[in-house]
Design a protein around this ligand. Structure first.
Ligand SMILES: [Zn+2]
Length: 401
């Protein structure tokens, strides 16, 4: 058993409850005394919190068979989460499709489903309808109904205010300040929790991915845009009203290339698909390929087969990306940077040159440069982050009302 204190929660009982639950879910079966060590809460507090959770049917006691055989006397009693206590769904929305994963209360995957989006950029009501339709299809596919779910977590790109459930802005929705959480709750009739997708990847990395041991780490997601999830002192940093962490729109060039956001010189305007294709069409003429994805594949093939112009486009993007990474390191000094996302198949963004160039641009005083790790996980894992978010939201509702 690892007795390090993985989470630092404030001493108040409310956040303590969540800490206790997370410790049990991640380390089950676990004894009360080890929960106390992990969370930093007193054994008496742990005993009282776990008693409440047992009464509410969220966790259960199990006798540890090894301890039983090893010594005489009272058998050691461990705790574990009751997998059948609740079912939740996690969803990821992109401009191409929605992915759903349904998990039990432990986080075991029960079902998964994917549905292509009818349009990349939709009015809010169409987005709501698409999410509802996709969720109902996923449930139907699994032989379940909406009544089986206790909560739905949804991750989408953009600025999401988790306190109010408002989508301040998203590249997938036409309007601004959309009360998507409430709109979905009204049609689904279950608790809905929405969050920025990169933050959900950070949560997934923290709970069961590469970040379980790190207190300060950064997740950089590379998809259509460049997203970032920041974990400081074990907590996701959300900025005011869900803003911030817009790594894609940090400036890497004065009066530089035009970005989708309307400004100039943004990182995304150099490393985003559209930026690479724009440069390719300027320098190499029109690309064949029916859509941007196919065109990107073709451009990548050109570079791999030695086309110097194509290669230079990717190398330039890599240099710009290393500058963006160095800026992040100079500001946050994380112990770990996780590069995550489907776009990582384009390895120009994380090859050795990029990492070496990043290391040359960082101020190194306190210690070695951060470890950079690449995590190529698909949409299912993003949806797992959303499901984890929903699980923890349901726990909050169960324990705090
Ligand atoms: Zn921008």
């Amino acid at each position: 058993m690892n007795n390090e204190r993985t989470y630092q929660f404030s001493d108040n009982r409310e956040s303590g409850k969540k800490a206790v639950f997370v410790a049990i879910r991640q380390n089950a079966p676990i004894a009360r005394i080890d929960i106390a060590k992990q969370t930093g809460l007193s054994p008496a507090t742990v005993t009282s919190i776990t008693a409440e959770m047992i009464t509410k049917g969220l966790i259960e006691e199990v006798t540890n068979p090894n301890q039983n055989a090893a010594r005489r006397g009272r058998p050691r009693v461990d705790l574990q989460v009751r997998s059948d206590a609740h079912l939740v769904a996690g969803m990821k929305l992109t401009d191409k499709y929605a992915t759903v994963v349904i998990v039990d209360f432990v986080g075991n995957r029960v079902a998964e489903f994917s549905n292509p989006s009818p349009a990349a950029f939709q009015p809010a009501e169409d987005t709501r309808d698409f999410l509802q339709e996709t969720l109902l299809m996923a449930l139907d596919d699994a032989g379940l109904t909406i009544k089986a779910l206790s909560g739905v977590g949804i991750g989408l790109p953009g600025v999401i205010d988790t306190d109010t459930g408002l989508v301040r802005w998203s590249p997938t929705i036409m309007e601004r300040d959309v009360p998507l959480q409430q709109m979905l709750h009204d049609v689904l009739g279950v608790a809905v929790f929405i969050e920025n997708d990169a933050n959900l990847v950070a949560l997934a990395e923290q709970r069961f991915g590469l970040g379980t041991k790190a207190r300060n780490f950064i997740v950089i997601t590379i998809e259509q845009g460049v997203g970032m999830g920041i974990v400081i002192d074990g907590k996701i940093y959300r900025g005011t009203g869900g803003g911030g962490a817009e790594l894609g729109h940090t400036k890497v060039h004065l009066d530089g290339a035009l970005c989708r956001c309307g400004q100039r010189g943004c990182l995304e305007a150099y490393v985003g698909d559209y930026a690479l294709l724009r440069e390719a069409s300027t320098t190499m003429g029109p690309l064949s390929g029916a859509n941007p994805e196919q065109q990107m594949q073709l451009l990548m093939k050109e570079a791999q087969s030695g086309n110097q112009t194509a290669l230079s486009i990717f190398q330039r993007a890599g240099r710009m990306f290393s500058m963006g990474l160095a800026n992040v390191v100079n500001i946050f000094a994380p112990e770990l940077i996780i590069l995550s996302g489907e776009r990582l198949q384009y390895d120009f963004l994380y090859d050795d040159d990029v990492i070496a160039s990043m290391k040359q641009s960082i101020v190194q005083v306190a210690g070695p440069p951060p470890e950079v790790r690449v995590h190529k996980w698909g949409d299912r894992m993003w949806a797992m982050g959303a499901a984890t978010y929903a699980l923890e939201g349901v726990i909050d509702l169960e324990l705090h009302g």
